[in-house]
Design a protein around this ligand. Structure first.
Ligand SMILES: Nc1ncnc2c1ncn2[C@@H]1O[C@H](COP(=O)(O)OP(=O)(O)O)[C@@H](O)[C@H]1O
Ligand SMILES: [Mg+2]
Length: 397
């Protein structure tokens, strides 16, 4: 009996072995000594918003360490660490002021495959290049984001390293600091996930009659835990599971901003509309239960736009009409560069050199910078407006 069913376990095992092989290939120490991306002086100056001269002068007068040594007359360029130090020394850090609340952005849509993890990871790395301090929280037991950060959720991550010990019905952790891990990026940390995080859903579903109050307490807990952690960062990115479950709900109310990715296809449009009406009902219920859900901004972003596909242009028009200014004007273009980078468990921002043609790479990178820049602008604006007055301003007024 069940010979085909026993095959499921074999398929899963063979698949796991393959993932580990791919990961080892992508992360073999000699292939990937930390983060290999480097920036030329012109790029560095542009990122910092200063002249190349200003950098050279600071290198000459010793405020900055000397420029990285040249090899065969070619400059290896500045690393992210180098850039971060440059920002500090030259007063070009984008870090929020202490009184500005950290942005806690949930990248959510209940449909799978709409680009949530792709947007989360690329946004994290884009913002890291801009010099922000970033925390990524993988709340999805499918753990795509964890994988894209170079962990194998099956082999390298235990349940105790995920949100589980904090959210479990019998919690063994009282705050979230235990779960924060370093990534190859000096200014990006991650709370990873793996399949066992799903146990939280089972446990809370089994809580029965007490369910309601247990849920409410879990919601408050996640919000508090993330807020405590967020004090060490400028921006926290949450990648929730693609379903209306406990974790998903907890994430939605712990966030203070919402980014909804969707592709320019009819199924994505329809499920996004469904997602929005579910969200509306759920937030009303939460508010009734005394759990406030408040967002500084809600935006939709088209996550895989193919300009050469007429159907994409048509669906995009429908999206524009339906969502108006809530749809970010610049879509993320569908690009083989992104899927190829994903195969290496990387984002575009981690590639040392193009995978496809330089032209394809450049177009993809430029588009991502512009698309992600829209979200950076929203965050900066929320600080501009939401920031409480500084003490000296009040005193001098
Ligand atoms: N702009 C893009 N261009 C090409 N492929 C993309 C793009 N965005 C997402 N993808 C691919 O689509 C698939 C689903 O994306 P993913 O981010 O995992 O979605 P989700 O997290 O919503 O399930 C992945 O294989 C990813 O590499
Ligand atoms: Mg995902």
């Amino acid at each position: 009996m069940g010979s085909e069913v026993t095959r499921i376990a074999e398929l899963a095992e063979a698949g796991e072995r393959m993932i580990e092989r791919l990961r080892k290939k992508a992360f073999l120490p000699e292939d990937r000594k930390g983060l290999a991306v480097r920036y030329g002086i012109a790029e560095a100056a542009q990122l910092l918003g200063c002249s190349t001269n200003r950098i050279r002068m600071a290198e000459e007068d010793g405020r900055l360490p000397p420029a990285p040594a040249t090899e065969n007359g070619r400059r290896p360029g500045y690393s992210i660490e180098y850039l971060l130090n440059m920002r500090k020394v030259l007063g070009a850090s984008p870090a929020r002021r202490d009184l500005d609340p950290p942005a806690i952005i949930a990248v959510q849509n209940f449909k799978g495959g709409v680009g949530k993890s792709t947007v989360t990871t690329h946004l994290a790395h884009y913002l890291a290049v801009q010099g922000f301090r970033i925390l990524v929280v993988d709340c999805d037991s499918q753990a795509t984001t964890t994988t894209l950060f170079g962990f194998n959720p099956h082999f390298n991550i235990t349940r105790e390293q995920t949100l589980y010990p904090y959210l479990s019905i019998e919690p063994t952790e009282m705050d979230l600091f235990y779960a924060v891990q370093k990534t190859p990026w000096p200014n990006v940390d991650i709370i990873p996930s793996n399949l066992e995080l799903f146990d939280v859903e089972y446990e809370l579903a089994a809580a029965g009659a007490d369910g309601g109050s247990v849920l409410a307490s879990r919601f408050r807990k996640l919000k508090q835990g993330l807020q405590d952690l967020a004090q060490n960062y400028d921006i926290v990115l949450l990648d929730p599971p693609p379903a209306l479950g406990t974790i998903s709900l907890a994430v939605m109310q712990a966030a203070n901003a919402l980014l909804v990715p969707l592709a320019a296809t009819t199924p994505d449009f329809c499920s996004t509309v469904q997602f929005l009406s579910m969200m509306e009902q759920v937030t009303a219920q939460l508010t009734n239960a005394g759990i406030a859900v408040e967002y500084d901004f809600i935006r939709l972003i088209c996550s895989k736009f193919d300009a050469n596909d007429p159907s994409h242009a048509m669906v995009r028009q429908i999206m524009e009409q339906a969502f108006g200014p809530s749809l970010l004007p610049i879509p993320i273009l569908e690009s083989a560069e992104i899927s190829h980078a994903a195969l290496r468990m990387m984002t575009i921002y981690e590639l040392e050199r193009p995978i496809g043609t330089p032209k394809t790479h450049k177009r993809c990178r430029t588009n991502l910078d512009e698309a992600m820049g829209q979200i950076e602008a929203l965050v900066r604006r929320s600080w501009g407006i939401a920031a409480p007055a500084r003490e000296e301003d009040v005193v001098n007024a």
